[in-house]
Design a protein around this ligand. Structure first.
Ligand SMILES: Cc1cc2nc3c(=O)[nH]c(=O)nc-3n(C[C@H](O)[C@H](O)[C@H](O)COP(=O)(O)OP(=O)(O)OC[C@H]3O[C@@H](n4cnc5c(N)ncnc54)[C@H](O)[C@@H]3O)c2cc1C
Length: 383
């Protein structure tokens, strides 16, 4: 078993680290409460070919393995969480779905702006009555000649107020097999996007109201029978979310490590106290354990991480990031809690990710299902 990075990935990490440290880091933790899409940073990543790194070469990507994208997301997030989040959506989000499942027209229209860093995308799955029980989603789509009409309401759609397009999951027929996906442009007639609400950490989310919203037939990605395929691609995005939170937590760890060598109490640096050393060691352990699960979920993933590995990576990474950012605040004492320091924001950025992308509970249930080799049904009378 070889744990070293390939030569290509080592060069990629060096390039991303250099660009992220020089260009993103100086402002990466500024303006924490006002969400703004990091347009210039994304264009720079586009010019460097990083946003299409995992897409196939025939659609303009670099054809590199999933691990390359994960490494890039982690390193970008360490320097600038918001650019890391936008890169995550470009590298492992809707572009990946369209490259894998889209037709020629969708690929030609939607992929180039993603690769250049020009287009922002949201993904909409959650509904007021369908959170963890996603297959209960009720937003209906029907195809009539050359148009598709959609009616229903969605919730918790991150950044829908500023992004150009939404990959929306909806129902073309009954049951799980009736679930499909469409591409919505912002200006879709019949689509209303609510005012911004905010999660802790400042990321805005919106409700979507679809009242006979009309899209051309070309914007239908899947008219049903898509749930398993879409969830397969989504598992890579979850693993990428693990890389993103680890990048943010790594930045918090480094701040805490450096501070422990500078801050003096009782006439000596606090890193000379054994309890501080234990705290640093525990932070390191949690980061490394989670990092290897995230990387392992990507190796051989070929665009689709396995359910077991992506759930394990997601739970381990998000819980490690919450632990590490919390411990980093503790290391700084009162300064760690100050809103003048980035640490409490780092904590608020990573904390929601034990819920976003599927809660830790449901991922633990999926892990147990794989370990037991049994389908675990959560519905009454079927468990
Ligand atoms: C920061 C953030 C960003 C998000 N962005 C998006 C987005 O862009 N697009 C989008 O569509 N959604 C988004 N979401 C929504 C997210 O996907 C849902 O919050 C998540 O799937 C959980 O659904 P819920 O909030 O309705 O909780 P519920 O499903 O109501 O769950 C409530 C509690 O019950 C537990 N629970 C439920 N069922 C089970 C079970 N079978 N076994 C054990 N425990 C269970 C849950 O773990 C949880 O603790 C985002 C959420 C957050 C926090």
């Amino acid at each position: 078993m070889d744990f070293s990075l390939s030569e290509d990935d080592a060069q990629l990490v060096e390039l991303v680290d250099r660009v992220a440290t020089e260009k993103f880091r100086p402002t990466g933790f500024d303006d924490r409460e006002n969400f703004r899409r990091p347009v210039e940073n994304m264009r720079l990543l586009g010019e460097l070919g990083i946003l299409g790194i995992c897409l196939p070469e025939d659609v303009g990507g670099a054809g590199r393995p999933a691990l390359s994208g994960i490494l890039a997301i982690e390193r970008i997030a360490r320097a600038c969480p918001r650019t890391g989040a936008a890169a995550l959506m470009a590298i492992s989000g809707p572009g990946m779905f369209i490259a894998r499942w889209g037709n020629e027209e969708q690929t030609a229209r939607y992929l180039p702006p993603i690769l250049r860093g020009d287009a922002g995308w949201s993904i909409s799955l959650s509904e007021p009555g369908a959170g963890t029980a996603l297959t209960d989603l009720a937003t209906r789509a029907s195809i009539n000649g050359k148009v598709c009409r959609i009616t229903g309401s969605k919730t918790f759609c991150s950044n829908a107020g500023v992004n150009d397009h939404i990959l929306l999951f909806c129902r073309f027929g009954a049951g799980t097999s009736g679930i499909g996906a469409v591409i919505l442009d912002r200006a879709t007639p019949g689509l209303t996007i609510s005012k911004a609400h905010h999660h802790m950490g400042g990321t805005p989310w919106h409700e979507l109201f679809l009242d006979d919203a009309e899209i051309p037939l070309e914007n239908v990605l899947f008219p049903g029978n898509a749930f398993r395929k879409l969830m397969g691609s989504y598992s890579l995005e979850r693993t990428a979310a693990g890389a993103w939170v680890l990048g943010v937590a790594q930045a918090a760890f480094e701040l805490a490590r450096d501070y422990s060598m500078e801050r003096q109490q009782f006439g000596r640096p606090i890193c000379e106290f054994q309890m501080v050393q234990t705290r640093l060691a525990d932070m390191y352990l949690r980061l490394e354990q989670a990092r290897w699960l995230v990387y392992k979920a990507c190796v051989d993933a070929d665009g689709t991480a396995s359910r077991l590995e992506s759930s394990a990576a997601k739970v381990a990474a998000t819980e490690a990031a919450v632990f590490v950012t919390d411990q980093a605040m503790q290391m700084f004492g009162a300064s760690g809690m100050s809103q003048e320091m980035p640490l409490e924001w780092m904590y608020r950025m990573v904390r929601p990710y034990t819920v976003a992308g599927g809660t830790s509970d449901i991922h633990r249930s999926m892990i147990a299902s794989e370990v037991l080799g049994r389908r675990l049904d959560h519905r009454p009378g079927r468990g």
